[in-house]
Design a protein around this ligand. Structure first.
Ligand SMILES: Cc1cc2nc3c(=O)[nH]c(=O)nc-3n(C[C@H](O)[C@H](O)[C@H](O)COP(=O)(O)OP(=O)(O)OC[C@H]3O[C@@H](n4cnc5c(N)ncnc54)[C@H](O)[C@@H]3O)c2cc1C
Length: 436
């Protein structure tokens, strides 16, 4: 496809989305009403299949749709782990009945999801998880502890990994369930992060029940299903993951569904977009360096050039993947590469931001009112949005599988290097040494 035909196709898509928005967007709708329209139209998750509330578009086209919604000035699609992870995983592994049960509530933002994977003794070695599910008639009874559960405190459902057979090798005895978070025995304790927010939680599960027909992908097949989720997590995060980022929370707990949709746009403008990455974009950092004179520092100019270059490499890699996938090919390990590239970009942005802002980078605001006060008190020298991004930059190199784990996967599965020695191989989980 030539550049001209591609841009015509892009313009057609933009025109189609814009015309739909002109007809359907109304800031006076509640978030629930707006997301119902958007979700049922296929524009909330345009990369999903047409038969399951999508439009069957490519990732790049999906990003274009989200940008068009943003530029138009309408509230974006429901964000969070439902649209990013649970929905795509259910489309791949769920039964027709499960797709009917879960997908519409995800695309219309009715239900929010969290990811109940990590445990105190199982992060990188996720297959070593200890949470167990025992069969009781048509149900399973779950006991165990999860940790780092992002958004667990406002979720309706959880993607739960639990051990359903301890007598087989650790990867083989795990099942992936859709767990109802609103039931006795689910105890959620917030954990405060460096940014001052409490985005993630410890989740304690005591005699919690999950029906057998909520097992996604079949009994003891959870490792394969979890890997699908992780693949979507890596590629979604590596792509910037910003498409659906809005200030409104999906689900019944957050309380945003009943609020006026238009109010969230004002909030988004005040807080700088909610995308996390934009405050430390090359453009923004260059503007800050020009404004405070640090652009005269040759090392800062060099790092700005490095940041620009890394972003361009990521963009060209995406373009290469697009061209390859049109021809039926793929870049092996692209999701891992994309995630590593994002981690690197965020670390460089963090360090560069610190150099540009100097001591002002240490002034952190814990809420919007704080941010406004800081901006006034320092005459704009403090940049709370930038500091927030700097503090958060530690996280993406850990979640979704740490950078070291991405390197291991690339080494072993893509480059074919020798595997790490594994003493657990083939041994029943029950016989493996455990922490604590
Ligand atoms: C902001 C944030 C949000 C998160 N959200 C969620 C969530 O919603 N749901 C969820 O389930 N989890 C979540 N996590 C947890 C995340 O997936 C784990 O933290 C991650 O997988 C690492 O596990 P761990 O913390 O147990 O570290 P460990 O696995 O103990 O690793 C410690 C260190 O050892 C290194 N390491 C471990 N094994 C190897 C190896 N084989 N080779 C080389 N180096 C190795 C790691 O790279 C790391 O540096 C979140 C984490 C963060 C930071």
């Amino acid at each position: 496809m030539t550049a001209t035909t591609e841009s015509v196709a892009t313009d057609d898509l933009t025109a189609e989305v814009t015309s739909w928005l002109e007809e359907h967007w109304n800031p006076d709708l509640t978030v629930e009403e707006w997301w119902d329209r958007l979700g049922r139209s296929g524009w909330a998750v345009p990369t999903w299949p047409v038969e399951w509330y999508g439009k069957g578009l490519s990732r790049a086209e999906g990003v274009r749709v989200m940008q068009t919604i943003g530029t138009f000035g309408a509230l974006g699609a429901p964000g969070g782990l439902g649209t990013l992870l649970a929905g795509p995983t259910i489309i791949v592994h769920g039964t027709e009945a499960q797709k009917e049960r879960y997908l519409l509530d995800i695309v219309t933002g009715q239900k929010a999801w969290c990811q109940l994977f990590s445990e105190p003794g199982a992060g990188s070695d996720l297959a070593g998880l200890n949470t167990r599910a025992e069969r009781d008639g048509d149900e399973w009874v779950v006991n165990g502890q999860k940790v780092w559960t992002s958004g667990g405190h406002w979720s309706d459902l959880g993607m739960l990994l639990a051990r359903t057979d301890p007598d087989v090798a650790k990867h083989q005895g795990i099942t992936y369930f859709a767990l109802d978070m609103h039931q006795p025995g689910v105890e959620i304790r917030p954990l405060r992060e460096l940014t001052g927010r409490a985005m993630f939680n410890e989740v304690f599960l005591t005699d919690v029940r999950v029906p057998n027909d909520a097992a996604i992908g079949g009994l003891n097949n959870g490792w394969a299903v979890a890997n699908t989720t992780l693949m979507f997590e890596r590629s979604g995060l590596g792509a910037g993951g910003g498409g659906g980022s809005v200030a409104a929370l999906p689900g019944t707990v957050g309380g945003d569904l009943a609020r006026r949709a238009g109010d969230f746009l004002r909030l988004r403008d005040l807080t700088g977009g909610g995308g996390g990455g934009s405050a430390t974009s090359v453009q923004n950092l260059t503007a800050l360096a020009r404004a405070n004179g640090t652009i005269a520092d040759a090392e800062i100019r060099q790092q700005l050039a490095q940041l620009y270059t890394l972003n361009e490499i990521a963009r060209y890699t995406n373009l290469r993947q697009r061209a390859l996938s049109r021809a039926g090919g793929e870049i092996p390990g692209l999701g891992n590469i994309a995630k590593l590239s994002m981690s690197r970009i965020l670390r460089l942005s963090r360090d560069l931001s610190g150099r540009i802002l100097g001591p002002y980078a240490t002034l952190h605001a814990y809420d919007a009112a704080d941010a406004e006060r800081l901006a006034v008190a320092t005459d704009g020298a403090a940049q709370p949005g930038v500091t927030e991004s700097m503090l958060f930059a530690q996280a993406p190199q850990i979640y979704g599988g740490t950078d070291e784990i991405q390197h291991n996967i690339l080494g072993e599965r893509v480059l074919g290097l020798p595997k790490e020695p594994n003493a657990d191989q083939g041994k029943p989980f029950r016989e493996l040494p455990k922490n604590g």
